[in-house]
Write a new protein. Structure first.
Length: 75
């Protein structure tokens, strides 16, 4: 267990905007690694979206895609 919390990291979102974990401090964050070609990943997405709805927006989903092409994310 990480005693000091999860270390900060920075990413670039799909629109090219920088994003850091630090910006979500104090919120519940679900970090999900997935890919469009991963069938189990695709099947679990609806349940994650349902959970977000049930938590009334109190859960932040950061979905990190392993796809190489942006177009694959939307298929």
């Amino acid at each position: 267990l990480e005693q000091g919390g999860v270390p900060n990291f920075e990413l670039t979102d799909i629109h090219g905007k920088p994003l850091s974990l630090e910006s979500y401090r104090g919120k519940l964050v679900l970090l999900n690694f997935w890919a469009s070609w991963c069938e189990p990943c695709i099947h679990e997405f609806p349940s994650m979206m349902k959970l977000i709805g049930e938590l009334n927006g109190d859960l932040i989903l950061l979905a990190i895609s392993a796809d190489y092409e942006e177009a694959d994310i939307y298929t």
